[in-house]
Design a protein around this ligand. Structure first.
Ligand SMILES: Nc1nc2c(ncn2[C@@H]2O[C@H](COP(=O)(O)OP(=O)(O)OP(=O)(O)O)[C@@H](O)[C@H]2O)c(=O)[nH]1
Ligand SMILES: [Mg+2]
Length: 226
Protein backbone atom coordinates (compact mmCIF):
# COMPACT_ATOMS: atom_id res chain seq x y z
CA UNK A 1 0.00 0.00 0.00
CA UNK A 2 1.52 3.38 -0.97
CA UNK A 3 2.57 5.63 1.91
CA UNK A 4 1.00 8.99 2.65
CA UNK A 5 3.05 11.93 3.87
CA UNK A 6 3.07 13.62 7.26
CA UNK A 7 5.47 16.54 7.70
CA UNK A 8 7.13 15.46 4.47
CA UNK A 9 7.90 11.99 5.80
CA UNK A 10 6.32 8.88 4.25
CA UNK A 11 4.01 6.92 6.55
CA UNK A 12 1.98 3.78 6.01
CA UNK A 13 -1.20 3.14 7.97
CA UNK A 14 0.80 0.72 10.10
CA UNK A 15 3.11 3.39 11.50
CA UNK A 16 0.58 6.22 11.60
CA UNK A 17 0.89 8.54 14.59
CA UNK A 18 -1.32 7.60 17.55
CA UNK A 19 -3.50 9.95 19.58
CA UNK A 20 -2.01 10.80 22.98
CA UNK A 21 -4.63 9.77 25.50
CA UNK A 22 -4.61 12.15 28.45
CA UNK A 23 -4.87 10.94 32.07
CA UNK A 24 -8.51 10.39 33.03
CA UNK A 25 -9.69 10.16 29.41
CA UNK A 26 -11.75 7.14 28.34
CA UNK A 27 -10.36 4.68 25.80
CA UNK A 28 -11.97 5.33 22.39
CA UNK A 29 -12.54 2.36 20.12
CA UNK A 30 -13.65 3.00 16.52
CA UNK A 31 -15.83 0.39 14.80
CA UNK A 32 -15.93 0.71 11.01
CA UNK A 33 -16.73 -1.43 7.99
CA UNK A 34 -19.08 -1.83 5.03
CA UNK A 35 -22.85 -1.25 5.20
CA UNK A 36 -24.71 -3.95 7.09
CA UNK A 37 -21.70 -5.99 8.22
CA UNK A 38 -22.91 -5.99 11.85
CA UNK A 39 -21.28 -2.92 13.45
CA UNK A 40 -24.36 -1.90 15.46
CA UNK A 41 -25.06 -5.51 16.43
CA UNK A 42 -21.47 -5.73 17.70
CA UNK A 43 -21.78 -2.44 19.60
CA UNK A 44 -24.99 -3.73 21.24
CA UNK A 45 -23.28 -7.00 22.19
CA UNK A 46 -20.29 -5.22 23.74
CA UNK A 47 -22.54 -2.83 25.70
CA UNK A 48 -24.59 -5.70 27.13
CA UNK A 49 -21.43 -7.51 28.24
CA UNK A 50 -19.51 -4.52 29.62
CA UNK A 51 -22.13 -2.17 31.06
CA UNK A 52 -22.11 -3.73 34.55
CA UNK A 53 -18.34 -3.59 34.95
CA UNK A 54 -17.46 -0.32 33.16
CA UNK A 55 -18.72 3.20 32.65
CA UNK A 56 -19.25 3.34 28.91
CA UNK A 57 -20.89 5.40 26.17
CA UNK A 58 -21.58 5.02 22.45
CA UNK A 59 -21.38 7.49 19.58
CA UNK A 60 -22.95 6.48 16.26
CA UNK A 61 -22.53 8.02 12.81
CA UNK A 62 -25.30 7.82 10.19
CA UNK A 63 -25.68 9.71 6.93
CA UNK A 64 -29.24 11.02 7.04
CA UNK A 65 -30.79 9.55 10.21
CA UNK A 66 -30.00 8.59 13.80
CA UNK A 67 -31.13 5.03 13.01
CA UNK A 68 -28.27 3.23 14.78
CA UNK A 69 -28.52 5.31 17.97
CA UNK A 70 -32.32 4.81 17.89
CA UNK A 71 -31.81 1.04 17.58
CA UNK A 72 -29.42 0.99 20.54
CA UNK A 73 -31.83 3.09 22.63
CA UNK A 74 -34.83 0.95 21.64
CA UNK A 75 -32.97 -2.14 22.77
CA UNK A 76 -31.88 -0.34 25.94
CA UNK A 77 -28.28 -1.48 25.69
CA UNK A 78 -27.31 1.61 27.72
CA UNK A 79 -29.23 4.48 29.34
CA UNK A 80 -30.31 7.00 26.68
CA UNK A 81 -27.93 9.71 27.85
CA UNK A 82 -24.96 7.42 27.15
CA UNK A 83 -25.87 7.06 23.46
CA UNK A 84 -25.12 9.98 21.13
CA UNK A 85 -25.48 10.33 17.37
CA UNK A 86 -23.75 12.35 14.66
CA UNK A 87 -25.58 12.87 11.36
CA UNK A 88 -22.79 13.10 8.82
CA UNK A 89 -24.90 14.34 5.88
CA UNK A 90 -22.21 13.05 3.52
CA UNK A 91 -19.88 10.11 3.00
CA UNK A 92 -19.27 8.48 6.40
CA UNK A 93 -15.49 8.46 5.98
CA UNK A 94 -15.50 12.27 5.79
CA UNK A 95 -16.77 12.54 9.37
CA UNK A 96 -14.45 9.91 10.86
CA UNK A 97 -11.30 10.72 8.91
CA UNK A 98 -11.27 14.11 7.16
CA UNK A 99 -13.27 16.55 9.28
CA UNK A 100 -13.77 14.88 12.64
CA UNK A 101 -15.05 18.02 14.40
CA UNK A 102 -18.66 16.88 14.88
CA UNK A 103 -17.47 13.59 16.38
CA UNK A 104 -14.97 15.34 18.67
CA UNK A 105 -17.71 17.72 19.87
CA UNK A 106 -20.05 14.81 20.59
CA UNK A 107 -17.29 13.01 22.51
CA UNK A 108 -16.63 16.17 24.55
CA UNK A 109 -20.35 16.31 25.42
CA UNK A 110 -20.40 12.64 26.49
CA UNK A 111 -17.31 13.16 28.68
CA UNK A 112 -18.72 16.36 30.18
CA UNK A 113 -22.04 14.67 30.95
CA UNK A 114 -20.65 11.65 32.80
CA UNK A 115 -18.17 11.24 35.61
CA UNK A 116 -15.14 9.21 34.69
CA UNK A 117 -16.09 7.28 31.54
CA UNK A 118 -13.86 4.24 30.93
CA UNK A 119 -14.75 3.53 27.31
CA UNK A 120 -16.41 5.20 24.30
CA UNK A 121 -17.36 3.07 21.29
CA UNK A 122 -17.54 5.14 18.07
CA UNK A 123 -19.47 3.46 15.23
CA UNK A 124 -18.80 4.74 11.72
CA UNK A 125 -21.58 4.95 9.17
CA UNK A 126 -21.44 1.97 6.81
CA UNK A 127 -18.90 2.77 4.12
CA UNK A 128 -16.59 0.80 1.86
CA UNK A 129 -13.23 -0.91 2.14
CA UNK A 130 -11.30 2.36 2.05
CA UNK A 131 -12.82 3.96 5.17
CA UNK A 132 -10.74 4.24 8.34
CA UNK A 133 -10.79 6.45 11.42
CA UNK A 134 -8.46 9.37 11.97
CA UNK A 135 -5.99 8.66 14.78
CA UNK A 136 -7.10 12.00 16.20
CA UNK A 137 -10.56 10.55 16.89
CA UNK A 138 -9.94 7.07 18.28
CA UNK A 139 -7.18 5.13 20.04
CA UNK A 140 -7.72 1.76 18.36
CA UNK A 141 -10.05 0.57 15.63
CA UNK A 142 -12.01 -2.54 14.72
CA UNK A 143 -12.97 -3.22 11.09
CA UNK A 144 -16.06 -5.41 10.60
CA UNK A 145 -16.72 -7.26 7.33
CA UNK A 146 -19.12 -10.16 6.81
CA UNK A 147 -19.00 -13.42 4.94
CA UNK A 148 -22.04 -12.47 2.82
CA UNK A 149 -19.83 -10.11 0.82
CA UNK A 150 -17.94 -13.18 -0.43
CA UNK A 151 -14.77 -14.92 0.75
CA UNK A 152 -12.70 -12.67 -1.53
CA UNK A 153 -13.08 -9.64 0.77
CA UNK A 154 -9.97 -10.10 2.98
CA UNK A 155 -7.90 -10.69 -0.17
CA UNK A 156 -9.04 -7.31 -1.55
CA UNK A 157 -7.21 -5.59 1.29
CA UNK A 158 -7.63 -1.86 1.86
CA UNK A 159 -6.63 0.03 5.00
CA UNK A 160 -9.42 -1.32 7.24
CA UNK A 161 -8.88 -4.98 6.33
CA UNK A 162 -5.10 -4.63 6.40
CA UNK A 163 -4.23 -2.18 9.20
CA UNK A 164 -7.16 -2.12 11.65
CA UNK A 165 -6.14 -3.17 15.15
CA UNK A 166 -8.71 -5.98 15.00
CA UNK A 167 -10.39 -7.42 11.89
CA UNK A 168 -13.78 -9.04 12.57
CA UNK A 169 -15.29 -11.37 9.96
CA UNK A 170 -18.92 -11.58 11.06
CA UNK A 171 -21.92 -13.76 10.09
CA UNK A 172 -20.01 -17.04 9.81
CA UNK A 173 -23.44 -18.71 10.22
CA UNK A 174 -24.20 -17.54 6.65
CA UNK A 175 -21.07 -19.09 5.12
CA UNK A 176 -22.78 -22.29 3.87
CA UNK A 177 -25.64 -20.26 2.38
CA UNK A 178 -23.42 -17.95 0.34
CA UNK A 179 -20.70 -20.49 -0.45
CA UNK A 180 -18.00 -18.63 1.49
CA UNK A 181 -14.92 -20.64 2.48
CA UNK A 182 -13.93 -19.52 5.99
CA UNK A 183 -10.47 -21.09 5.69
CA UNK A 184 -9.80 -18.93 2.64
CA UNK A 185 -10.91 -15.81 4.53
CA UNK A 186 -8.74 -16.76 7.52
CA UNK A 187 -5.70 -17.46 5.33
CA UNK A 188 -6.04 -14.29 3.20
CA UNK A 189 -6.59 -12.08 6.27
CA UNK A 190 -3.47 -13.52 7.93
CA UNK A 191 -1.48 -12.86 4.78
CA UNK A 192 -2.37 -9.17 4.39
CA UNK A 193 -2.42 -8.39 8.14
CA UNK A 194 1.08 -9.59 8.95
CA UNK A 195 0.37 -10.63 12.53
CA UNK A 196 -2.42 -8.19 13.37
CA UNK A 197 -5.33 -10.17 14.88
CA UNK A 198 -8.44 -11.42 13.03
CA UNK A 199 -11.48 -13.13 14.56
CA UNK A 200 -14.30 -14.93 12.76
CA UNK A 201 -17.59 -14.67 14.62
CA UNK A 202 -21.34 -15.07 14.33
CA UNK A 203 -23.34 -12.68 16.47
CA UNK A 204 -26.42 -14.85 16.01
CA UNK A 205 -24.59 -17.93 17.33
CA UNK A 206 -22.53 -16.09 19.98
CA UNK A 207 -24.50 -12.96 21.00
CA UNK A 208 -21.81 -12.14 23.58
CA UNK A 209 -19.21 -11.67 20.81
CA UNK A 210 -16.74 -13.44 23.12
CA UNK A 211 -13.67 -13.19 20.90
CA UNK A 212 -14.13 -9.43 20.40
CA UNK A 213 -14.93 -8.95 24.06
CA UNK A 214 -11.63 -10.59 25.03
CA UNK A 215 -9.79 -8.23 22.70
CA UNK A 216 -11.59 -5.15 24.09
CA UNK A 217 -10.76 -6.20 27.66
CA UNK A 218 -7.13 -6.61 26.65
CA UNK A 219 -7.13 -3.11 25.11
CA UNK A 220 -8.56 -1.66 28.32
CA UNK A 221 -5.73 -3.34 30.22
CA UNK A 222 -2.76 -2.46 28.00
CA UNK A 223 -3.86 0.82 26.46
CA UNK A 224 -3.32 3.25 29.31
CA UNK A 225 -3.25 7.07 29.25
CA UNK A 226 0.09 8.85 28.83
N1 LIG B 1 -27.15 -14.00 10.06
C1 LIG B 1 -26.55 -13.04 10.76
N2 LIG B 1 -27.06 -11.79 10.73
C2 LIG B 1 -26.41 -10.83 11.45
C3 LIG B 1 -25.25 -11.11 12.23
N3 LIG B 1 -24.83 -9.94 12.80
C4 LIG B 1 -25.70 -8.99 12.41
N4 LIG B 1 -26.66 -9.53 11.60
C5 LIG B 1 -27.78 -8.84 10.96
O1 LIG B 1 -27.27 -8.04 9.91
C6 LIG B 1 -28.07 -6.86 9.73
C7 LIG B 1 -27.18 -5.62 9.74
O2 LIG B 1 -26.61 -5.50 11.05
P1 LIG B 1 -26.20 -4.10 11.64
O3 LIG B 1 -25.62 -4.34 12.98
O4 LIG B 1 -27.32 -3.13 11.50
O5 LIG B 1 -25.07 -3.70 10.60
P2 LIG B 1 -24.27 -2.32 10.51
O6 LIG B 1 -22.90 -2.67 10.04
O7 LIG B 1 -24.38 -1.57 11.77
O8 LIG B 1 -25.08 -1.57 9.36
P3 LIG B 1 -24.93 0.00 8.93
O9 LIG B 1 -24.76 0.80 10.17
O10 LIG B 1 -26.21 0.27 8.20
O11 LIG B 1 -23.74 0.05 8.04
C8 LIG B 1 -29.08 -6.88 10.86
O12 LIG B 1 -30.31 -7.36 10.35
C9 LIG B 1 -28.49 -7.84 11.88
O13 LIG B 1 -29.46 -8.49 12.67
C10 LIG B 1 -24.74 -12.45 12.25
O14 LIG B 1 -23.74 -12.80 12.87
N5 LIG B 1 -25.42 -13.36 11.48
MG1 LIG C 1 -24.93 0.40 12.15
Amino acid sequence: MPPHFIDGQPHTHADRPRRVRQPGEPLRIGIGGPVGSGKTALVAALCRQLRDELSLAVLTNDIYTTEDADFLRRHAVLPDDRIAAVQTGGCPHTAIRDDITANLDAIDDLIAGHDQLDLILVESGGDNLTATFSSGLIDVQIFVVDVAGGDKVPRKGGPGVTFSDLLVVNKTDLAPLVGADLDVMRRDAAKVREGRPTVLISLTEDPAASAVLDWVREQLRVNQPA
